[in-house]
Design a protein around this ligand. Structure first.
Ligand code: ZN
Ligand code: ZN
Length: 333
């Protein structure tokens, strides 16, 4: 992914008294920025999420904070909704500057291991591609293309405290409680403030529905994601503060939209599988209705594999190894 030509700038804005959105630029096509959230807490703030690390990125965070009269030194606690680079990548320099702790869910080896050993991370992705029927030539091109893309992580840093179900964070806006919401990432949590019905939803529920799962780290990311939607739906949040985009209301409607899109994709995968054994790569274009492009291929492939695993657990499809390549076929009821 090449850096976008026109660089966005970090921007800070007050959402409510004592709560600020820090909009930070990203170099990703189609995803121009992410959010960190600052919440007043006594003489300082709790910072939720970090933005991604790249040259100049800490200055972008400081620029956004400065616009709302905040400084990195005000951060008393850093909490990350999950371990993706745009939410955790700058944890190390923030902790250094602020002298604060990091709280994050312990299911982070997905990120901490691959950021610490990029070669192993790449080998793992190539193996997934090979098992999915991607030809060796295409895998070699992919490896060549992505080998110089930086990880977006300043330095691997593990949490000081496990942000698991029921852990609370005290702020001037009241107490926030952590809810584990795996699916998008194994480490994902949402934070909920019940009196104000505010939900920091990370990438679990976004204003513009976009599905993504980390494939291969848990048995059934799609099943986990659907269960996490139920978890968050039960909270009856009024306003969602998500990892990308503006705050949004009608949280239930957005959750419902996610459920519908997952159901549609599962149906599309099931239809595409058919009776003849097919590789995930052969299934993919039928699900997304478009030819594969380099940029979207890896994302779509992991997503499709997650649907296949989910359908496999429901005994609606079966996967059989054929010379190291997995082929999928439908199981007729
Ligand atoms: Zn994410
Ligand atoms: Zn994100």
């Amino acid at each position: 992914m090449a850096p976008s030509s026109r660089k966005e700038l970090g921007r800070g804005e007050r959402v409510l008294p004592g709560l600020w959105r820090l909009r930070l630029p990203l170099p990703w096509p189609g995803v121009p920025h992410c959010n960190a959230w600052a919440i007043a807490a006594g003489t300082g703030i709790v910072l939720v999420d970090t933005g991604m690390h790249e040259p100049g990125s800490l200055a972008q965070l400081e620029r956004a904070m400065d616009q709302v009269n905040l400084r990195l030194e005000h951060v008393q606690l850093l909490a990350c909704t999950h371990d993706h680079s745009d939410h955790w990548g700058q944890a190390a320099p923030i902790m250094e500057r602020a002298g604060c702790e990091l709280w994050m869910h312990p299911n982070h080896p997905h990120a901490t291991a691959s950021a610490g050993d990029p070669q192993a991370g790449l080998a793992r992705r190539l193996e997934v591609g090979r098992q999915s029927g991607v030809p060796p030539q295409a895998l070699a091109e992919y490896a060549e293309e992505i080998k110089d893309i930086p990880s977006g992580v300043a330095r691997v840093v593990e949490p000081d405290h496990a942000l698991v179900n029921g852990v609370t964070i005290e702020t001037d806006l009241g107490v926030w409680t952590a809810y584990e919401t795996p699916g998008h990432a194994p480490s994902h949590v949402c934070l909920f403030q019940p009196e104000r019905r505010l939900l920091i939803s990370g990438d679990h529920v976004l204003g513009r529905i976009s599905l993504f799962y980390n494939y291969g780290y848990t048995p059934d990311p799609v099943g986990e994601f659907l269960a996490s939607l139920d978890t968050v739906d039960a909270l009856d949040a009024r306003l969602a503060l998500s990892g990308h985009g503006k705050p949004f209301v009608d949280v239930h409607g957005h959750i419902e939209g996610n459920r519908q899109l997952v159901a549609e994709r599962l149906e599309a995968v099931l239809t595409a599988v058919g009776a003849q054994p097919k590789t995930a790569l052969e299934i993919l274009p039928e699900v997304y209705g478009q030819p594969l492009e380099f940029r979207s291929a890896s994302w779509f492939l992991s997503e499709t594999l997650c649907y296949l695993r989910h359908l496999q657990r429901q005994e609606r499809v079966r996967g059989d190894a054929d010379g190291g390549v997995e082929k999928w076929s439908a199981i007729k009821p």
